[in-house]
Design a protein around this ligand. Structure first.
Ligand code: ADP
Ligand code: TRP
Length: 323
C-alpha cells in the first residue's frame, strides 16, 4: 500500500481554489493508500506572525478539512508542530544542504520580490518541508505545481544524506496535480488569498452573495450574445452545476437576452447549495468543543511513532546516538 503525505498551510480562510485544487484530491486519495495529512503551522509561521491569528487559522483549517470529508479513521491527520522530530531532522538536513540549492528556489525569490523580508525561515523553508516528507518515509507526495521544485530539493537532500551517512532515507515520488484546472478568482486572475479575489468555502451567505455579485464582467448589454469561454461566471458555474444546467447557461450566453446579473444569481445559488452539506457537517463538528483537538492529538500520536522510527536510524547514522 502506498503512503501519501501532504501538508496544508493554515494561512487564512479556505477558498474554493484550495478546495478543488488541493482538498478534494486529498480526500479522494485517503481511500487509495495510507494517507498522512498535516497542518503545516511551522511553515505558516514564516508569514503569519501573530499568535492568536495562527492559533485560530490552525483550528479553523482542521475544522474545514474535517468538514470537507477528511476522515481521521482513514487518514492520519495531525499538526506539524506536534512532532518534535520535524525541527530535529530539519536541522540535521540543513547541515548537508548546499546554500546554492536554496538560493535557486523560486518560491523564496518570489516571496522576496513581493516584499516579504528575507528571513532565515523563509530561506530554509524547503529544508523544513524535506524533513516533513522524509520523516514519514512517504512514497508519494501529492502537491500543486507550485511545489514541484520543493520536491526536487527534498529528493536532492535525501540523496545527499544517503551518500554521506548511508542508506537511511527513502526517496519520495512527487505527484503533481496538473490535471486540476486553476480556479479563477472574482477578478479573473488565479484565485488566491494574496490577490483578495477569493470565494470562501465557509463564508457567510451575505458576504459570499455580495462577492459573487461583484465578479468582474465586460459591459455587453443584456440582450446581446456573450462569449462563455473566457467568462469567470461560466468557469465557476462549471465547477458546481450539473451538465444540463451548464449547457443551458452556455446556450443563453450565446443567444443573448440574459444579463450577467442573472447568471451571477444562478451561480451563487448553485455554489451555496453545493457546499450546504459541508457547512452543516462543519457546524456539527464545531458544536463538539473537544473534537478537533482529540482528532489532532490522536493523529500526532500515530505520526510520532512513524517519525521516531526514522529518527532512531538518522541519529545513529550521523553519530548523535549509538547504532
Ligand atoms: P493561496 O494562493 O490562496 O495562498 P495556497 O498557496 O495556500 O493558496 O494554496 C494551497 C494549495 O491550494 C496549493 O498548493 C494549490 O494546490 C491549491 N490552490 C490554491 N489556489 C488555487 C486555484 N486558484 N486553483 C486551483 N488550486 C489552487
Ligand atoms: N509548502 C507546502 C505549501 O505551501 C505545504 C507543505 C509543508 C507541504 N510541508 C509539506 C506539502 C510536505 C507537502 C509535503 O503548499
Amino acid at each position: 500500500m502506498l503512503r501519501y503525505i501532504t501538508g496544508l498551510q493554515p494561512s487564512g480562510a479556505l477558498h474554493i481554489g484550495n478546495y478543488f485544487g488541493a482538498v478534494r484530491p486529498a480526500v479522494e486519495l485517503q481511500d487509495r493508500g495510507e494517507a498522512f495529512y498535516f497542518i503545516a503551522n511551522y511553515h505558516a509561521l514564516t508569514s503569519t506572525q501573530h499568535g492568536p491569528t495562527l492559533r485560530e487559522y490552525t483550528h479553523n483549517l482542521a475544522l474545514d478539512l474535517l468538514a470537507c470529508g477528511l476522515d481521521p479513521a482513514k487518514a492520519c491527520f495531525f499538526r506539524q508542530s506536534d512532532i518534535p522530530a520535524v525541527p530535529e531532522l530539519a536541522w540535521i538536513l540543513s547541515t548537508i544542504t548546499p546554500m546554492g540549492l536554496l538560493e535557486r528556489a523560486h518560491s523564496y525569490k518570489d516571496k522576496i520580490a513581493r516584499g516579504l523580508p528575507a528571513s532565515h525561515g523563509l530561506f530554509a523553508y524547503p529544508v523544513l518541508m524535506a524533513a516533513d516528507i522524509l520523516l514519514y518515509r512517504a512514497d508519494v507526495v501529492p502537491v500543486g505545481k507550485d511545489q514541484k521544485q520543493h520536491l526536487e530539493i527534498t529528493r536532492d537532500l535525501a540523496i545527499k544524506f544517503n551518500e554521506t551517512f548511508g542508506d537511511v532515507l527513502q526517496l519520495p515520488e512527487p505527484y503533481i496535480r496538473d490535471e486540476v484546472a486553476t480556479v479563477p478568482g472574482l477578478d479573473g486572475q488565479k484565485m488566491s488569498k494574496s490577490y483578495g479575489n477569493t470565494l470562501e468555502v465557509f463564508g457567510t451567505e451575505k458576504a459570499l452573495r455580495k462577492k459573487v455579485m461583484s465578479i468582474v464582467t465586460d459591459s455587453t448589454p443584456v440582450e446581446a450574445p456573450k462569449e462563455p469561454a473566457g467568462s469567470t461566471i461560466f468557469q465557476l458555474y462549471q465547477l458546481f452545476a450539473p451538465a444540463d444546467e451548464v449547457n443551458l447557461m452556455e446556450r443563453q450566453f450565446r443567444e443573448g437576452g440574459v444579463g450577467y446579473g442573472e447568471f451571477k444569481k444562478r451561480l451563487f445559488e448553485t455554489f451555496w447549495e453545493t457546499f450546504r452539506p459541508l457547512r452543516e457537517r462543519r457546524a456539527r463538528l464545531q458544536a463538539d468543543p473537544g473534537y478537533v483537538e482529540s482528532v489532532l492529538a490522536d493523529g500526532a500520536a500515530r505520526a510520532r511513532i512513524v517519525a521516531e522510527e526514522t529518527m532512531r536510524k538518522v541519529r545513529a547514522a550521523v553519530g548523535l546516538a549509538d547504532p
